[in-house]
Design a protein. Structure first.
Length: 175
């Protein structure tokens, strides 16, 4: 997943800055303005037990499907990446170590990706049509925020190619 600057990054920086909001804001501003920031020695020491990793989209989908087949649990894509990386880490470090992967989002947030991971036949279906199927599989009601979106009145139907966006925005704003 490419989410550019994750809110979790800001939370992590806040924690390693000993919950100093000013230090946190300075580092996040440096990232925004200069594209980088530099941690002090004490902050770096607090990251000694962190390990980074990634999963491709295919690995993420495979992990979602594998865990569902083994346990019946349907996870979101973010949790699948974390679980995949944790599994790889266990293979390197050893399975005697204890690990915790915290589920970070609802599968409803990524319905199409999750449902396609569970069954590739879902790939050509509209995401909105997959929501009831996901509900049947996981047995959890659609979250209120998703229900609001589904019940919201459509305000705009204008579509354009990305190359046309600048001109379309100008037209909308009567510029």
């Amino acid at each position: 997943m490419d989410i550019l600057v994750s809110s979790n990054l800001e939370r992590l920086i806040y924690a390693i800055c000993e919950q100093n909001a000013d230090a946190n804001a300075t580092l996040m501003n440096n990232l925004k303005e200069a594209g980088e920031y530099h941690l002090g020695h004490a902050q770096k020491e607090k990251l000694n037990d962190f390990v980074g990793g990634y999963a491709t989209e295919e690995q993420t989908a495979t992990f979602i499907r594998q865990i569902y087949q083994e346990t019946g649990y349907v996870m979101d894509t973010h949790t699948a990446v974390a679980g995949f990386v944790c599994q790889e880490l266990q293979e390197v470090v050893g399975e005697d170590e204890k690990y915790l992967v915290v589920s970070t989002a609802s599968p409803y947030k990524f319905t199409k990706s999750v449902m396609t991971a569970l069954d590739s036949g879902n790939e050509n279906l509209a995401e909105i049509d997959l929501i009831p199927k996901l509900t049947d599989i996981i047995g959890v009601e659609v979250p209120p925020a998703v229900q609001e979106v589904l019940q919201a009145k459509v305000l705009h139907t204008l579509e354009c190619e990305s190359s046309q966006m600048k001109e379309v925005v100008k037209q909308i704003l009567h510029l």
